[in-house]
Design a protein around this ligand. Structure first.
Ligand code: NAP
Length: 328
């Protein structure tokens, strides 16, 4: 392993800047992965904006990124798995680098069928959407509502729900032109919010019952509308706040239906808890990843040199699937 490496840093301006920094060495329980491809998440855009000194941000530099895929090049004490040289995909802060330091519990093996570009685009979606379904107590055959379903993790959520034999899957977008995207991912019913009343459309699609499980990526009014769209004793899980974090809910809709409401934010989990969420997702979903049922949709792939264009695409909210950077 070389002594130094290239990594992308936020906090120097509106976009990431390349930096030459020391390559990491693994501590106990850690692995170092030679990253081949890394993927962008909504959180990368918010962190860039918060640190951008040209727009009132903190100006504090940080190594950017969360998701990665590559080969294990060093293993710390006590990190028996994964084996040196094996292909892994995982999540850790600071993944936009040639060598990525990660907790060994936060990586999964990459099935042979999957290239690095697809692999790096999966960990956040797999762990978040599977983790949210698990929190909801989802069982095969149950119906699922996924709001903000064209988001990169929402699309993975639709595929996972299909792979886990969900009953009816209802998915929402604000843009009728994106219905095909959701149907191709496995949605049975697409609701165009803004044109249709979401609650009414979900009730119509579920014979007036409501869905068993709602996974909400939007927050605000949409989160409130998930409650009367969910059947009695069902579960609503808030995953994201693409619209807004504040929501005014009807407590009658919550209480009369005996709903269970959860929030998940796996980035704020303790290391061991996150490891358990990742392990559970891997156990249930790696076969579906290998045979193509739970593979991510890739919007576009960029180089570290063109990372600013990748960030612009992320901010546009127009991507169809995950945006990837190939690592030099
Ligand atoms: N809980 C966790 O652990 C966790 C983990 C990862 C991400 N997240 C959160 O999950 C959400 C999705 O993340 P992502 O990276 O997948 O996002 P993304 O790909 O950037 O999402 C883009 C999509 O969001 C929809 N959208 C944007 N603004 C919206 C608004 N105001 N109202 C409704 N829809 C809107 C657009 O869909 P249409 O134009 O088609 O409607 C667009 O396709 C984010 O809020 C993120 O912070 C949570």
């Amino acid at each position: 392993m070389p002594a130094t490496m290239t990594a992308l840093y936020g906090g120097a301006g509106p976009d990431w800047a390349p930096r030459q920094v020391h390559a990491p060495r693994p501590g106990p329980g850690q692995v170092v992965v030679r990253a081949r491809a890394v993927a962008l998440n909504n959180a990368d855009a918010s962190m860039l904006a918060a640190a951008d000194p040209t727009a009132g941000g903190t100006g504090e530099e940080y190594q950017a990124g969360f998701e990665f895929a590559g080969e294990v090049t060093a293993v710390g004490a006590g990190a028996g798995m994964p084996a040196l040289g094996s292909r892994v995909m995982g999540t850790t802060p600071g993944s936009f680098a040639q060598y990525v330091l990660a907790d060994h519990r936060h990586v999964l093996p990459v099935p042979d069928e999957l290239g690095n570009e697809e692999a790096c685009a999966l960990p956040t979606g797999l762990l978040t959407e599977h983790g949210a379904l698990a929190v909801a107590g989802f069982q095969a055959g149950q119906s699922v509502l996924i709001t903000g379903a064209t988001s990169s993790i929402g699309l993975i959520g639709v595929r996972i729900a299909r792979a886990l034999d969900a009953g009816r899957i209802v998915a929402t977008t604000r843009d009728a032109a994106r219905s095909d995207l959701l149907e191709n991912a496995g949605a049975d019913t697409v609701v165009i919010t803004g044109e249709q009343d979401m609650t009414q459309a979900v009730l119509t699609a579920t014979r007036g019952q409501g869905v068993d499980v709602a996974l909400d990526h939007v927050g605000g009014r949409t989160f409130a509308d998930c409650l009367p769209a969910t059947r009695s004793d069902g579960a609503v899980v808030n995953i994201g706040r693409l619209d807004r974090a504040a929501s005014t809910i009807d407590l009658d809709a919550l209480s009369y239906r005996h709903l269970r409401v959860h929030g998940v934010s796996f980035g704020f989990s303790r290391a061991a808890e996150l490891g358990a969420v990742i392990a559970a997702a891997g156990e249930r979903l790696l076969p579906a990843v290998a045979d193509g049922r739970a593979q991510p949709l890739i919007d576009s792939t960029w180089s570290f040199d063109t990372a600013a264009r990748a960030a612009a695409r992320l901010r546009s909210h127009r991507a169809h699937g995950k945006i990837v950077l190939s690592v030099p």
